[in-house]
Design a protein around this ligand. Sequence first.
Ligand code: NAD
Length: 423
Amino acid sequence: MRASEATRYYFSRAAKRLGIGQRLERILVAPRREVKVECTIERDNGELATYVGFRVQHDNSRGPMKGGLRYHPDVDPDEVNSLASLMTWKTAVANLPYGGAKGGINCDPTQLSYSELQRVTRAFVDNIHDIIGPTLDVPAPDMGTNAQTMAWIVDQYSKYHGWTPQVVTGKPIDLGGSEGREAATGRGLVYAIEALLTDHGKQISDMTYAIQGFGNVGSWTARFLNAEGGKVVAVSDAGGAIYNKGGIDIEDLINFSMVRGGISGFTHAEAVPADSLLATECDVLIPAALGNVLTQETAPSVRAKFIIEGANGPTTPEADEYFIKEGMIVLPDIFANAGGVIVSYFEWVQNVQQFRWKEDRVNAELKTLMLDAYAEIKRTVKHSHSDLRTAAFQLAISRVAKAAALRGLENESFCMLVPPKSP
Ligand code: NAD
């Protein structure tokens, strides 16, 4: 199943429960705009090379569109489309005044020099600068891009429109980036895990964890879980997996992987096959690397009771239905990994106000928004007897639909779709 079909499946499952009707379903599912551009640059050897870039703007009913920019050889319009739609639902679940977008350039950043990457990025901005902007569409880093990429975008965009750091988030602190942004997704994930476990009469320190991926999301999540007394028993990255029944020393592993560029060769744990990670004997499984890893084939091997989606789109619909049938609990990506976009929003707010927040304030506001979103999802679960993912989609769809209705984009009244607040 293609990425966009999976997102549509989750969207439709929730839309049908809400009873919004085919007409509105059709309006909300289709992206507003899909842009494809050719970025031609001179390579360091003097030859010309052309890379295809995409920006999909899915919905702006609730505010400017927001979403990352990915540089990867597999970037294709279908995947970008699916991720743009997920961003609409994620910003709505977190109740941010944003819509959703996503973009990417089909290139292998590991095969491009620093100056080639800079030229590709500037060429991309030359092509799309009139459709992005602080009140239109605000990109951010994603796979293959980073704070430096965002700095080039600020510079190139500002040549056309004057000094505009708020055109992107995830910038270096010196160019208006926010304190706390780097750790935000992992920190938010751990706030979400804590809330979920509390509902099940457990705490972080009671549980064992397996984490797929040890990049930004995986390593910060591991660090925060470890700090709360959680026992991380297995970790994997692109180079392999490691296991230690007694718990892996996460600070040690972070230092090791920073020096070695990965976790392979870490001696205080046993090396195990990478594909065994998902089947680790543990309480909580955290996919924090790739999409589509929990499938019809892999789902039956999962032994964890709780699955927390650090990655975007790690679970196919077949696997999701299996987990629901088996009574396993999945905390969906559109809520669980929203910490990154929440702190991106704080960065944008600070830029617009030309004012800087201290990290303590960023983290406290992040916690408030994550817990508010969780409370709203739970309220929807209670009201409509949905699983957590369907409830999160219901909440998001009703918020977007209501904004669209209030703006006159669609005539029906959707206020009734939002369940009444409990006394
Ligand atoms: P990253 O590039 O920093 O890290 C990715 C990690 O996954 C690396 O450790 C890599 O080695 C590992 N990996 C790659 N292939 C693997 C494989 N086959 N098996 C196991 N591990 C593998 O990326 P990231 O920013 O941590 O993002 C990870 C996921 O989280 C992506 O799906 C991304 O869209 C999502 N996400 C990230 C953020 C964020 O703020 N960074 C926010 C929301 C969602």
